[in-house]
Write a protein that binds this ligand. Structure first.
Ligand SMILES: [Fe+2]
Ligand SMILES: [Fe+2]
Length: 475
């Protein structure tokens, strides 16, 4: 059951060949997916041989196989984590009942919406990142970008499988629409805001994989708790891939910081303008990128108070992060949660029913988790003996969703006037000029073992290969 059948046209561990109608439907979707990949996948890179890992089994140990493949030949398929024997629903009104193997009629519309919203983020990020290969700082980084991209493609497959198998004609239509929306398109954009932003340079890519892929981690964890067992199993396997995406982000930013610190120490300089003259990213610019990606990402958790979140939870569709480890009644009726609100132009705390605040609960879990990596980045700066520290901005800063949307709030959490905002916005968020500077650093490095000047080489390579391994063969 855990082994993946690669003899099928669509590799899978779900016995696809036993369901001919489903197999035909997915084989019909497959060429449309591949043509989307050709159009919207990594630009100019379809002929490269890339050192990629491919899933060979969904058991926790040794599921990956590494080898050079051309991306269009990557074996995208359908992999579900092992079924848990006698799995029970762990929260909400169906708590204790057997997990559903089929979609309960009354939850069909909500489950479809949850799956489509998750599914839409996967191709969106591939679209956002499609130009980055043209300016990769090394083969190692290029390979990591492509690994993330093919896995996001597979995550789309995971959601499309659920739509095809469990949602009939509606599901098939949604699966087509997932290939039709485009990140940033005015007429037919991707569903969520952060997935319509540009990822124009590699600093943005590393911040995106650190913060926005971490949103993925939290959403997938919440869905892994779902009473709908196929959704739980597919998201559990997706999470094993997500870990690598966040690693790419955390280590990428860390290497940028390391290189900047080396240059600052070597020349005894701290002034950002001087730092830039040496062709590395000054730390204040890095902080502004961090502010942007963090604030855009925490918007993804949705409104601070949401009746949908309450419905999804009570119905057993979407749990909390690590639901099983929490020692409450998993019903949450009568529980409250403190959220931030705005009163008379100031930020105030307010108690609200916890069921309505579950978006905020997940956002706060995300915030705690994302702060950890920032501490590790600061260690790099500290070790270099430099005084600056990076931090996340206040959670009300630069929000477009929820109570703070439309308000002007500084990174330290003060409600500020339009005039103060306008005077400081270029200190708080990347200005055009910052982006232009970072863009000016981006140049394509293709030689094996060479790294661009603005980023340190990684400490170790992929799959115990050296850092100067030939991760990509250009042909
Ligand atoms: Fe993903
Ligand atoms: Fe991801």
């Amino acid at each position: 059951m855990s082994a993946i059948d690669y003899s099928d046209k669509i590799p899978n561990n779900v016995n696809l060949s036993e369901d001919r109608a489903l197999q035909r439907a997915l084989e019909h979707w497959q060429p449309n997916y591949l043509s989307w990949w050709q159009d919207m996948g990594p630009e100019g890179a379809q002929g490269f041989d890339v050192y990629l890992r491919t899933a060979v089994s969904t058991t926790p140990d040794g599921w990956a196989h590494f080898g050079h493949v051309k991306m269009p030949d990557y074996r995208w398929g359908i992999f579900l984590a092992q079924p848990e024997a006698d799995r029970r629903i762990g929260f909400g009104e169906h708590q204790g009942e057997a997990a559903w193997q089929d979609v309960p009629g009354e939850h069909r519309a909500n489950l479809r919406r949850i799956i489509v919203t998750q599914g839409d983020t996967e191709p969106a990020s591939v679209e956002q990142q499609r130009h980055l290969g043209l300016t990769a700082p090394s083969q190692y980084d290029l390979r990591n970008l492509f690994q993330v991209n093919v896995e996001e493609g597979r995550h789309l497959w995971a959601m499309v499988y659920l739509l095809h198998k469990h949602f009939g004609r509606d599901g098939r239509e949604e699966a087509e629409a997932l290939l039709e929306r485009r990140s940033g398109d005015v007429d037919n954009p991707r569903i969520l805001g952060a997935f319509n932003e540009k990822t124009p340079d590699w600093l943005a890519f590393f911040m995106f994989t650190y913060f926005t892929d971490r949103d993925g981690k939290f959403q997938l964890n919440a869905l892994a708790e779902s009473g709908f067992d196929p959704l739980s199993r597919t998201t559990r396997f997706m999470l094993t891939e997500e870990a690598h995406h966040m690693f790419v982000g955390e280590s990428g930013v860390s290497r940028v910081i390391q290189r900047t610190c080396e240059v600052m120490k070597e020349h005894g300089i701290e002034d950002p303008a001087e730092v830039r003259r040496h062709g590395v990213v000054d730390l204040p610019t890095l902080q502004r990128y961090l502010n942007f990606h963090y604030s855009v990402t925490i918007d993804l958790f949705g409104a601070d108070q949401s009746s949908n979140a309450a419905i999804f939870y009570s119905a057993g569709l979407k749990g909390r992060f690590e639901e099983g480890k929490r020692a409450d009644d998993h019903l949450l009726k009568g529980e409250s949660y403190r959220i931030l609100d705005v009163k008379d132009g100031a930020l105030v705390e307010r108690e609200v029913p916890m069921l309505n605040a579950l978006n905020e609960v997940l956002r706060d879990d995300f915030i705690r988790d994302s702060i950890g990596g920032i501490g590790r980045w600061n260690k790099v700066i500290e070790k270099a003996g430099l005084p600056l520290r990076l931090s996340v901005p206040h959670k009300a800063f630069n929000r477009q969703i929820g109570s703070f949307s439309g308000m002007k709030i500084s990174p330290d959490g003060r409600v500020v006037s339009e005039a103060e905002w306008a005077a400081h916005v270029n200190d708080w968020l990347p200005a055009d000029e910052d982006r232009a500077y970072v863009a000016s650093l981006m140049g394509r490095v293709v030689e094996t073992g060479r790294y661009a000047n603005w980023i340190a080489p990684p400490a170790i390579g992929i799959n115990k290969r050296p850092v100067n391994f030939e991760y990509v063969r250009f042909s």
